[in-house]
Design a protein around this ligand. Structure first.
Ligand code: XMP
Length: 556
């Protein structure tokens, strides 16, 4: 596979010469018919393919397109056409990226981007790639443009801007810029520092110097909507109902009469996975719930209740708390904690699965961001970090299972939509993410029963107050951390020496970046009062006002 991809690598220094693109450019100018989208028969698969040049925003591009109800996938820039063709592409988006087109060996667009006569948008570096490959000129911008700008649209009839005002705020982040457009292209919009902020030709190829995918371009969604509907002619058939029907069908075909096992964590991902698999293969699915003793207060009871009572699923419950606590005795290094918890989980899982007979398949709730992180051609620092988290605590490498991963192409918010469409209880669907190693990475220093109880009590209060304030759903995560620090306080006439609890609440779209939530002071006051009054051994509460980066979400 690796070799196959290598052989398709297209870069300035490789065997596909720039002259090849100039030939294509000529063709694009010449006899080819002016681009016109062809409507699909209803229900047919349609995909917008995003070519990955390593932009930090490329997952956002995929999300924005999917928000228009059109399926979208991110692929490495050197993916061969045969793989792309299986997606039935209706258009391409070339992502931004850190490179500069004239540097040796930089990623460029494969020839099919221009040869298939499908619409294309190049964003930032993607635009420069189009300009460079089709015979224009790119130069290092005199000013590095970073931040807000006002885009002035200088054309009246471009479908990309249908329904938009003539001036709109956009987000810029680039050094290089186009100084000469390729033949056949026109400038469609400008900003103060970029005379060619948008270019396009009449074959449906566009370049945008700004980033329509980020929240700082508030009308960006309309641009994507115009692209997918007006220019690519998509139907918008990416819906939870369609996804559910297709997944069940696929799982049925994959598993046949085989048996599958699924480990439930209590979170929405494994719940949706298990439900889809159960709808597909019924009793041939066995669900295992391992209580590692590191869960929140009342969590094990809640999980069992929901699945057994509400969803009528049979669950094998294993209380392995003591085993995990024993392994963690005396351990203070966070990586070691993760490692031991992951290892112990595998042991328990193997032992319990062996008791239940032979399984051919393992169902897992892997999500799209994890898949992208491990498959992207151009790895970023951020993705490397997250990956190390998610690999730890994964499931038995030694055990020879085939994987069922129905959520492999979904983002968290899409999983929630699917969960609701499957009629899972709202409380489960809207559960905030919770790390596999559980409260162990929210206790700094040694994990003991006493410390777990303190953290559970504080965490319960945070969750309770956040829910009462009706903020639970809109926050990505909110929780308490037992910092391990002790400080002096005074209670009544007594001097105290107690634990410091930190409260963390963040907003995020995908956990790659996060902003600390501006919780109302009154709410923080209530949380703090209740924690110091109700939780023994805690005499001080602080609120974490750090974003990610530079901090992480968890304290560890
Ligand atoms: P950080 O702390 O790296 O966390 O900003 C990013 C997101 O990942 C979750 N997280 C984990 N999830 N196993 C998991 O399943 C882990 O070991 C793990 N560590 C962090 C964290 O809660 C946040 O949502």
């Amino acid at each position: 596979m690796e070799n196959e991809l290598q052989s398709h690598r297209v870069s300035a220094s490789d065997d596909i010469e720039v002259s090849t693109y100039l030939e294509i450019a000529k063709e694009l100018r010449g006899e080819q018919p002016t681009f016109e989208p062809k409507p699909l028969p209803p229900g047919e698969k349609e995909t917008i393919v995003v070519i990955d040049f390593g932009s930090q925003y490329n997952m956002l591009i995929v999300r924005r397109v999917r928000e228009c109800h059109v399926y979208c996938e991110l692929v490495p820039y050197d993916t061969p056409w045969e793989k792309i063709a299986t997606l039935n592409p209706k258009g391409f988006i070339l992502s931004g990226g850190p490179a500069s087109v004239y540097a040796p060996g930089v990623p460029l667009a494969p020839t099919y981007i221009y040869e298939k006569h499908l619409p294309v948008i190049g964003i930032c570096y993607g635009m420069q790639v189009i300009a460079y490959q089709l015979g224009g000129q790119v130069s290092p911008g005199e000013k590095h443009e970073y931040g807000h700008a006002i885009l002035h649209i200088s054309t009246e009839d471009c479908p990309l801007f249908a329904g938009l005002p003539t001036s709109l705020p956009v987000w810029m982040s680039h050094g290089d810029q186009i100084i000469e457009m390729p033949p056949g292209f026109k400038a469609l919009a400008y900003t103060e520092n970029s005379p060619i902020a948008v270019m396009g030709n009449d074959k449906g190829i566009f370049g945008l110097q700004f980033h329509p995918e980020v929240a700082h371009t508030p009308q960006g969604k309309s641009i994507f909507q115009n692209f997918v509907y007006r220019i690519c002619g998509c139907q918008g058939n990416w819906t939870p109902t369609r996804f559910i029907a297709e997944s069940i069908d696929k799982i049925k075909k994959q598993v046949g009469t085989g048996r599958a096992i699924c480990a439930l964590s209590g979170g929405v991902d494994s719940a949706v996975t298990a439900t889809l698999v159960q709808r597909a293969i019924g009793d041939n699915l066995t669900c295992l719930f391992i209580n590692n003793g590191l869960l929140r207060r009342e969590e094990p009871e809640r999980v069992l209740n929901t699945f057994q009572r509400n969803l009528k699923m049979d669950i094998v419950h294993v209380d392995a708390s003591e085993r995990f606590l024993k392994r963690l005795r005396g351990v203070i290094d966070p990586e070691m904690k993760r490692h031991l918890i992951g290892e112990e989980f595998i042991r328990v899982f193997e032992e319990e699965a062996a008791k239940l007979g032979r399984f051919d398949f393992l169902a897992q709730g892997t999500l799209y961001p994890d898949v992208i992180e491990s498959s992207t051609a151009i790895e970023t620092k951020a993705s490397t970090k997250i990956k190390s988290h998610h690999n730890v605590g994964g499931l038995p490498a030694k055990m020879k299972f085939n994987l069922i991963e129905p959520l492999r192409y979904l983002f968290k918010d899409e999983v929630r939509e699917v969960g609701l469409a499957l009629s899972l209880p709202e409380d489960m669907v809207w559960r905030q993410p919770f790390p596999g190693p559980g409260l162990a990475i929210r206790i700094i220093g040694e994990v003991t029963k006493e410390r777990l109880e303190i953290l559970r009590a504080a965490d319960w209060i945070v969750m309770n107050e956040i829910k009462k304030a009706k903020l639970y759903r809109q926050l990505w995560q909110s929780f308490a951390v037992l910092t391990g620090v002790k400080s002096v306080g005074v209670m009544g006439d007594h001097r105290t020496y107690g634990y410091l609890i930190a409260v963390r609440a963040i907003n995020s779209e995908d956990a790659m970046t996060a902003d600390w939530a501006r919780l109302p002071y009154d709410l923080l006051a209530r949380i703090s009062d209740r924690i110091v009054n109700e939780v023994p051994n805690v005499n001080r509460v602080v609120y974490d006002v750090t974003s990610k980066p530079p901090a992480t979400i968890e304290w560890e």
